[in-house]
Design a protein around this ligand. Sequence first.
Ligand code: SAM
Ligand code: SF4
Length: 438
Amino acid sequence: MNLKHLYMETFGCQMNVSDSERIVAMLAAVGYIHNPALKQADLILLNTCTVRGGAEEKVYKRLENLRALKKSNKRLVIGVGGCVAQHEGDLLLEKFPWVDLVFGTHNLHLLPEMVTAAESGQRSSETAFIDNDQRLDLFPSVQGSSRVSSFVTVMQGCDNFCSYCIVPFVRGREISRRASEILTEVNKLAAGGVKEIVLLGQNVNSYGLNAPDQPSFVELIRQIACIDGISRIRFTTSHPKDMSDELIDCFARIPKLCGHIQLPAQSGSNAVLERMNRGYTRESYLDRIGALKSARPGIVITGDMIVGFPGETEEDFEQTLALIEEVRYADLYSFVYSPRPGTKAAELAEEIGREQKQARLDRLLLVQRRITLEINSSFTGSVQSVLVEGLGKRPGQVSGRADSGKTVNFIGNPCLIGSIVDVRIIAAYQNSLVGELI
Ligand code: SAM
Ligand code: SF4
């Protein structure tokens, strides 16, 4: 087979990262090797994100940049997939005549065929949602991983319809993968040397709720914890309204479940939470946080926050700041609200100007950076068990993650990659810790 080069660029969330891994594996079967050198590419694929307006603009800018490449190499094939492709469909072929193929979030399996057609000059777009039976048979599966930690997709789509969010429209309705398939995959990964499994989904803790023949998410975690070779389990993302007592109890009872949770609040104000259609209040959110902290003392909490949602007053925003102080997030992904077409919130009047939204975000970041550094500094002097994942940025260093999810760099032999070692923390920075091997 004549080997051709695939250049793949991924925008957005871990779902897209996981889809891109699957695409690379699928196209390897039809002769494409993954090559990060853009200029050598025979096929360029962009796996895109549309969760905020800025993310979508980035994709359009990238597509403009690719125009010249196509002009100088007529045989080059350019494809767009992921959430922008799902949302825009055929329009992308019209707007960007140098794009050859557009594939939606449910159509990854059609890619090899579409690429072959594009090689002989046929442009195509496939963005239809497929039915649940077919979706169940086509769940992204990891064939093997050279890494120490691997994502395993357990569910796809979302039924929550938070009023600001485009995800349910571009990823479709929620569906839980068959547990038997998940367990087979984790067993395979463990046999191949993977030590850590990150269970992936838009809303993992509603796993199984719409599939009575499948075990609950708690049961799934218990079963994965019984697999030899798997030392650590994480999951992302959780929705506070589905954070059951039973799931929280797992943090007390299952030592393999890491002491970190990503639990996005999005706002600290009840009025805003209601307009966001989040399905919980500030009080019930704090109740879940309290229960998590009791179940696993020292648990590290991270989250997402949106500032400048339509109608957010200064008082609402101050409640968000107060929530951040109360929860003490170790890290926060915070965003300025961006109206998305087709969502309920996009119909609400935007009373807050761009500058005011940015000013609020800046204030929030200042608070969060201080807390992050305080939390990171509190690890100084402690001994952390670190799963070594790869080489560090500095010569002689290796890098890994503590149970809390914090990145730890230390001087060590690369043969440590894949093992869990004890490391004493000697310095703390904004984004990582530095330690020494004990
Ligand atoms: N399902 C996850 C959840 O509920 O937390 C993640 C969904 S989304 C891919 C990641 C984050 O993007 C959200 O948690 C939210 O903070 C942010 N986001 C979503 N829509 C947004 C919008 N219209 N404007 C600004 N931020 C948005
Ligand atoms: Fe979007 Fe809400 Fe679903 Fe997360 S839970 S993907 S924010 S609709």
